[in-house]
Design a protein around this ligand. Structure first.
Ligand SMILES: NC(=O)c1ccc[n+]([C@@H]2O[C@H](COP(=O)([O-])OP(=O)(O)OC[C@H]3O[C@@H](n4cnc5c(N)ncnc54)[C@H](OP(=O)(O)O)[C@@H]3O)[C@@H](O)[C@H]2O)c1
Length: 250
């Protein structure tokens, strides 16, 4: 079960955090992988070397999803490599904290473009190709914020909910063609985006106290489910929102 040999997976936002962990897990299960992030650097080079150590091919395409031309640049990069995408993981996102009365147009646009417009453009490109081949897996990265928003994440939370609505809309439309789409909704996971906040031991303790399993999740806790959702074995599951949050009460 969960053999990904013969498949190619594109993972956006794979230079670090959850995306990196998913990419390495896919490589470990035999998929060729395409790393995407904003810019090349030591961090992404390291991920590429680690993936290749699993004996698969690891490609990289760099494009800023906040830019209007970003998604097309990524699509063109994948085409230039002569690759087809069998598994699409939409992980790249930005999260801007602000009081709801203070949110600026720039903050709104940056989150909308990166977290919703870009995933939609990539789905528009890659899903019809999957449908033609009668096989495909799409995984969106949501958040517990989509069902239980905290005050400083008004726009981020609303966008994650909107993205899941796209999943609900698309799932029955593409299911007859062998393409599934599901949303992963993590709770608190230790990555760069919350490293600074969690470096305060009092805050860290407070966060842990709210999680029944009593620890903050690791990226691999998400990657494990992402492997299942990318596999042949998940073919009977689509349109779902899967919450991975240590039993947190939502
Ligand atoms: N960590 C959590 O607690 C948590 C909880 C719930 C949901 N999530 C969701 O899970 C996903 C991964 O989160 P994470 O914590 O692993 O993220 P992270 O560590 O902050 O990494 C973000 C990734 O997205 C890429 N990215 C950000 N802005 C981009 C842009 N404009 N263009 C292209 N790439 C961009 C980054 O690339 P660069 O390296 O080039 O910047 C990086 O690879 C996100 O969708 C997030 O909303 C995370």
């Amino acid at each position: 079960m969960f053999d990904l040999h013969g498949k190619t997976a594109l993972i956006t936002g794979a230079s670090r955090g959850i995306g990196r962990s998913i990419l390495l897990a896919y490589a470990d299960h035999g998929a060729d992988v395409i790393l995407h992030c904003r810019k090349p650097g030591e961090r992404s080079d390291q991920v590429i070397r680690q993936a290749e150590a699993s004996g698969v091919r690891c490609y990289a395409v760099y494009a800023d999803m906040a830019e209007r031309s970003g998604p097309q640049k990524l699509i063109d990069g994948v085409k230039a490599l002569g690759l087809q995408v069998d598994i699409l993981v939409l992980g790249a996102s930005v999260e801007i904290r602000n009081s709801w009365t203070e949110i600026t147009d720039e903050q709104f646009d940056l989150q909308m473009d990166t977290n919703l417009r870009a995933p939609m453009k990539l789905m528009q490109q890659f899903i019809p190709e999957m449908q033609k081949r009668h096989w495909g897996r799409v995984i969106t990265m949501g958040s517990v914020q989509q069902v239980k928003p905290i005050p400083p994440l008004l726009v981020y939370s609303a966008i994650k909910a909107a993205q899941y609505n796209m999943v609900l809309s698309l799932a029955p439309q593409i299911a007859p063609d062998g393409v599934t789409i599901n949303n992963l909704a993590p709770g608190a996971i230790r990555t760069d985006r919350n490293a600074e906040a969690l470096s305060d031991p009092a805050y860290e303790k407070h966060v842990e106290s709210l999680i029944p399993v009593r620890y903050i999740g690791q990226p691999d806790d998400i990657a494990a489910i992402a492997v299942y959702l990318a596999s042949e074995e998940s073919k009977y599951m689509t349109g779902q929102n899967i919450i991975i949050a240590g039993g947190k009460d939502l």
